[in-house]
Write a protein that binds this ligand. Structure first.
Ligand code: GDP
Length: 195
């Protein structure tokens, strides 16, 4: 369904650089190293499509990919860089806010959470940003293959508790492993059935 239909469109550094809003889009947000590039590559079945978000120079860009003729997948800059200069952080936060509140064709945000770590304060901040922008967001747990079955419930409960505080949260949590392919078909079908 998805494989081989994706291409990199462009990296955007300002609202004026966004591609025409001629199709629906979903965006992906998450702390650096959460597994965002791996997830986008797994979703699209295109290895090396999304580069690691910590590739120098790409961290402040909103990266657009096509997904077939009808969708854009949008890779938001990774957040949670402890040592990024304040001016840089402020610049992309501004862009992020403008994008989230101004993009008519944005249908859903996926907030990626490392299944080993649960929701961190910076994740909570991005969720609040999504609340204020009134963008429905859904949590995607990454690296679920790294979590023991007996620990899954505890991390899910922590995430559910965090989501309960956010009016824009969509309650269903998607468990994924880009490595094992778990949850990838589910996420694809969520994206393709969005109106
Ligand atoms: P990004 O910075 O969010 O784009 O993260 P990457 O996709 O570059 O992944 C960060 C690290 O986590 C890499 O070493 C990946 O191989 C690893 N990783 C990503 N997804 C998974 C997964 O589903 N399972 C496991 N075990 N490791 C993963």
């Amino acid at each position: 369904l998805f494989a081989g239909q994706s291409e990199f469109v462009k990296g955007v550094v300002a609202m004026s650089g966004l591609p025409p809003a001629d199709r629906m889009e979903v965006c992906f947000a998450g702390r650096s190293n959460v597994g965002k590039s791996s997830l986008i590559n797994a979703l699209t079945g295109t290895k090396g499509l999304a580069r690691a978000s910590n590739t120098p120079g790409r961290t402040q860009e909103i990266n657009y990919f096509t997904q077939g003729p009808d969708h854009y997948l949008v890779d938001l800059p990774g957040y949670g860089y402890a040592n990024a200069p304040l001016a840089v952080v402020e610049k992309w936060q501004r862009l992020l806010k403008q994008y989230l509140s101004g993009r008519q064709t944005l249908r859903r945000a996926f907030v990626l959470i490392d299944a080993r770590h649960g929701v961190k304060p910076v994740d909570d901040e991005i969720m609040s940003l999504l609340d204020s922008a009134a963008v429905t967001f859904q949590c995607v747990m990454t690296k679920i293959d790294k979590v023991k079955i007996k620990d899954k419930d505890a991390v899910l409960k922590q995430v559910q508790a965090a989501l309960a505080k956010h009016p824009a949260a969509y309650p269903e949590i998607v468990l994924t492993s880009s490595e094992k392919g778990e949850g990838i078909p589910t996420l694809r079908s969520i994206i393709t059935t969005l109106e």
